[in-house]
Design a protein around this ligand. Sequence first.
Ligand code: ZN
Length: 202
Amino acid sequence: MSVRKVLKYGDPFLRGATKEVHKVSKKIQELVRDLLDTMYQQNGVGLAAPQIGESYRVFVIDVSTSDEPLNPIVFINPKIIKKSGAVISHEGCLSFPKAFTDVKRYANVTVRAMDRKGRSFTLEVKDGTLLARAIQHEYDHLDGVLFVDHAINRFEAEDVLSENELPPLEPEKMIDEPELTEEIEKLLEAKEDEVESDEDDE
Ligand code: ZN
């Protein structure tokens, strides 16, 4: 059990590939414990193995609030088997200290994975909850994808990165999902309309 060093954006390891876990061995169980220890110590909502320099398909999430008991969820060899809807998600990442920006996410996801004892489970999460968004964020880490690759506004993301002395966006890594982008644009328009009608009232 130990708190590990979290790799920062710019470290090439965060862009690397990961391998499937063939057996939930002692080593993997130790990795899970280290991920949890490190996530809690850093007050994070989730942490993926590559962030502590381990190239396995493993991540952990805990979305419980400070007045609730801890509720860690361990995902080993996860697969997102269904995704739908869209939500604007204001995200940060333990590998990007202090940098937050709006990103595009699916609102609903179904994920299948193994828990820390190697038992498989399926989890369906809806309505763009923190858990739904965290699953997508952590899952991406296993494929070397980072939250800024989903930025809604590249200029804003670029500013946030430079303000926090982090390396710039990597344009070739940006994710282009036309259908999701279209849904997000609709959400943004609806938001603008809301603001306008608020202004009309005054
Ligand atoms: Zn992250």
